[in-house]
Design a protein around this ligand. Structure first.
Ligand SMILES: *Cc1c(COP(=O)(O)O)cnc(C)c1O
Length: 376
């Protein structure tokens, strides 16, 4: 049946979630109170002056607290989001050869960036089928291991651990764009943990943030000293220098900073990582529990401990058209439950970031059941 001929289905209002945003990024912004309060400054004021610098300072110190960063780790930031950070890492963090775990759209992209860099050796890429993740394998010559804490395109999460028998001094760099703040991580297991704030930090896009170990900072310095050409915009040493002054190399979106600080301090004020990851755990329990007990639905990811607690993917039996369900949900203001476009499965993808209420996940499952029975 063409989408245009879908029957008009109105979900009873008492069944609707309080907030209908379940997208995997940009994702639900919990509140814009900080923006309203900042309408006459720091919004619209210089990022080189104290009001904006103090915002950057709160972001940097708050992230240190949230992730319990060991002494010597530091927080850097700059413009361009995670995609820019892949290029930054290709220029400034990979010495000669990287290893990439490639198990979906996002993790494959950093591998592609490294592959295209003529100053590096061909990367070692370990793949696994979508819906699973491979494991890192310590190999001589690999000086950076590229992991992805949560593969947003497939809803697979993996534990972050340094690979056994890696060369001494090899770095572990983790794409945590959708994981950060929602999944627990031990900072001693990574050298670089990078993300953008439009997912777990309930903010807007365009910024990258990176937690850096002393070994990562030393790598940046030694590559710089080696004379490798690095465009200034992608030069991590310039970003680190600016970050130490609570600034960015060029002008940041102040609204993005404000929203990220608001979400970070909300998490910290409620108990930190246990609070935020605990909310995601609860949402995941509700959603996967429903999928497993529903005849027409099942979790896409086979292994329970690889099922993401921040982005769930749920397959539907053929008799239920997931795209139709997503369309009807959208008409009822429940948005962005469509699957990742390139995965091409009959499924829904549902974000469960810290900002999303577990009760709303519960309401969503009721709405999906309602729509499916109305469509059949
Ligand atoms: C969203 C996402 C990205 C891309 O982030 P941008 O800020 O849009 O560049 C990269 N990696 C993962 C795991 C993501 O979820």
């Amino acid at each position: 049946m063409p989408d245009t001929e879908l029957p008009a289905i109105t979900i009873p209002s008492h069944m609707l979630p309080a907030d209908g945003r379940f997208g995997s990024g940009p994702s639900k912004v919990r509140t814009i109170d900080s923006l309203v309060a900042a309408a006459k400054g720091p919004l619209g004021t210089s990022h080189r002056q104290a009001p904006v610098k103090s915002l950057v300072g709160r972001l940097r110190s708050g992230l240190g607290e949230l992730f319990r960063l060991p002494d010597g780790y530091e927080v850097a930031l700059g413009n361009g989001g995670t995609t820019a950070f892949w290029d930054i890492a290709t220029f400034c963090l990979i010495g000669q050869q990287s290893q990439h775990l490639s198990f979906g759209e996002f993790s494959s992209k950093f591998a592609a960036a490294a592959k295209g860099a003529p100053w590096l050796s061909a990367p070692d890429v370990i793949e696994s089928p979508v819906g699973s993740h491979p494991s890192a394998e310590g190999r001589p010559g690999v000086d950076l291991y590229a992991l992805t804490h949560n593969e947003t395109s497939t809803g697979v999460m993996m534990e972050i651990r340094r690979p056994d028998s890696a060369d001494p001094g090899a770095l572990v760099a983790v794409d945590a764009t959708s994981a950060a703040a929602g999944l627990r991580v031990d900072a001693s297991q990574f050298d670089v943990y990078y993300f953008a704030p439009q997912k777990g930090f309930a903010s807007d896009g365009g910024l990258w943030l990176a937690l850096l170990s002393p070994a990562a900072v030393a790598r940046v310095e030694s590559i710089k000293a080696s004379g490798r050409f690095v465009p200034a915009f992608l030069d991590l040493s310039i970003a680190i220098e600016n970050s130490r002054l609570d600034q960015t190399y060029n002008t940041p979106a102040i609204a993005t900073l404000l929203l990220a600080v608001e979400q970070l301090e909300w998490i910290l004020g409620n108990g930190g990582m246990e609070f935020s990851a605990g909310r995601c755990d609860r949402s995941a329990e509700i959603l996967y529990g429903w999928a497993e007990s529903t005849a027409y639905a099942s979790p896409f990811v086979a292994k329970p401990d690889e099922r993401s607690h921040v982005v769930a993917t749920v397959d539907f039996e053929e008799r239920v058209n997931a795209a139709h369900v997503a369309n009807v949900l959208r008409a009822n203001r429940i948005v962005d439950t469509e699957p990742y476009r390139k995965l091409g499965r009959n499924q829904l993808r549902i974000a469960m970031f810290p900002a999303i209420e577990p009760d709303d996940i519960s309401a969503l499952t009721g709405c999906i059941d309602y729509v499916v029975s109305a469509l059949s």
